[in-house]
Design a protein around this ligand. Structure first.
Ligand SMILES: [Zn+2]
Length: 458
């Protein structure tokens, strides 16, 4: 294929080893996919589809694995400029210290242009790592108004899917809380005018420990008018539970359930320190939970009971909490974390990890894009597809695929990324974003963010 060939209109992917991740996961050798209007319009054998669509432009997968794009259930684009940043003073000793000295200073140092570029940096990373759907949670207390537009514009130009929200919190005073509510309402309302098939939204909340009853009530009334759920951190550290017990005499999930925050449209990130009754409430309200093992290990906050929650029927999904958008790194970490935490190599097996990363993440994404099957290769599903240059050196089957991913896949094996039928990366060349410009500008902007960070008192 020529260097500058453009892929527009219908596209026929040929010679792929299709990994469908459908209800019954199938591995289809010499497979082909017809992409039309952003969806998979036909699927089958290369010879058959080529005969049926002789005039459609072809994209030869050259026997690579052709799989649905990865989905990230919880991330923070705004954290991009934290990479390599020095935190003055003694080493941070626990998660509350990390919040106070790192995240709650970094978010205050962000201006509009930083928000746009921290999103762009993450989107370059997502496309290179084959992640085509991301659920983001944003904070920038000194640039709240229109902050979600900065991210939305970046998402539209990248061509991936993202569900956005602004985190409401009382830690910046009542004005900051009200501005956060307004930003969620403004953005959610603007989605109708934007009419982007790539963008969705929800209502962001920081965590119980930084939200008063009054603010929660304001959020519930604003969100109910828009028919949206919430995206909130829950019991990431014990301090969230003890704060709620001390101030409200109830545990976090009890408090959120009473306030009307939980439900089938609400995402709870982490849920590490929840007790049995709280798990029952999450299950009873059909609330989504996301697991972020790299972040949990980095913050030393513990290992969530993902197996127990899934046994209860809670849909536990996999996110990255702002770490790289290489979701296979998150698969691997989840696989290792629970083995070490329990000193038992039988914990968190490959099928459990695939259940979170593939099936539960797909179901969560479909909540944001109803009527659009996501995270699977089937006729009618979103044409969100990656090519993975993985030449298995041992037998590869649908049954052992999770272990091939955990022990064999590397993010560098993603060669082509397609979202909504549009080719975003072809043979490792980015087609929608200018990586050189974005990284150069990002380095320049990060210098300013770091300077403002240093000037802010804890
Ligand atoms: Zn988070």
């Amino acid at each position: 294929m020529s260097e500058n060939k453009e892929y527009t209109g219908d596209l026929l992917i040929t010679n792929g080893r299709l990994v469908t991740w459908g209800k019954a996961n199938e591995l289809i050798e010499n497979g082909a996919l017809l992409l039309r209007d952003g969806r998979i319009a036909n699927m089958g054998n290369t010879g058959e589809l080529r005969a049926k669509y002789p005039d459609v432009q072809e994209l030869d997968a050259r026997n690579q694995l052709v799989m649905p794009g990865n989905i990230c259930a919880h991330t923070h684009f705004y954290g991009a400029f934290a990479r390599g940043m020095a935190i003055p003073g003694p080493p941070m000793q626990d998660f509350p210290d990390i919040l106070n000295r790192l995240w709650w200073r970094l978010d205050r140092a962000l201006l509009d242009v930083d928000i746009e570029y921290s999103a762009l940096v993450c989107l370059v990373d997502a496309i290179k790592h084959g992640t085509t759907t991301l659920i983001d949670h944003h904070a920038s207390p000194n640039a709240i108004d229109s902050s979600l537009d900065q991210i939305a514009d970046a998402v539209d130009s990248a061509g991936v899917r993202a569900a956005l929200c602004y985190e409401v919190t009382d830690r910046n005073g009542p004005t900051g809380a009200q501005e956060g509510i307004s930003e969620n309402v403004r953005f959610l309302s603007s989605l109708r005018e934007r009419d982007s098939h790539l963008l969705a939204g929800t209502f962001g909340l920081h965590a119980s420990l930084s939200l008063s009853d009054e603010t929660l009530a304001d959020c519930v009334s604003a969100a109910s008018e828009l028919g949206t759920g919430f995206h909130i951190h829950v019991a990431e550290h014990e301090v969230d539970e003890y704060d709620s017990m001390y101030k409200y005499n109830r545990r976090v999930v009890d408090r959120l359930a009473e306030a009307g925050i939980l439900g089938p449209k609400t995402i709870v990130a982490h849920a590490i320190h929840v007790d049995a009754v709280e798990k029952g409430l999450l299950r009873g309200t059909d609330t989504w939970v996301t697991h972020q093992p790299r972040s949990n290990m980095n913050n030393a906050v513990g290992a969530a009971d993902i197996e127990g929650m899934m046994r209860l029927g809670i849909p536990v999904c996999l996110g990255n909490d702002g770490f790289s958008n290489n979701m296979w790194a998150e698969w691997k970490t989840a696989y290792f974390l629970h083995k070490l935490a329990h000193r038992d190599p039988r914990r968190a097996n490959g099928a459990d990890i695939a259940k979170m990363a593939i099936y539960n993440n797909a179901a969560l994404a479909e909540m944001f894009w109803p009527e659009l099957p996501l995270g699977k290769l089937e006729v009618g599903a979103a044409a969100d597809i990656i090519f993975v240059d993985y030449q298995a050196t041992t037998p590869l089957t649908t049954a052992n695929l999770p272990w091939h991913i955990i022990f064999g896949f590397e993010s560098s094996m993603v060669t082509t990324t397609i979202a909504a039928g549009k080719v975003l990366m072809l043979d490792r060349r980015l087609l929608t974003l200018d990586e050189v410009e974005i990284t150069a500008r990002s380095r320049e902007l990060a210098r300013g963010v770091w300077k403002r960070f240093d000037e802010l008192s804890v």
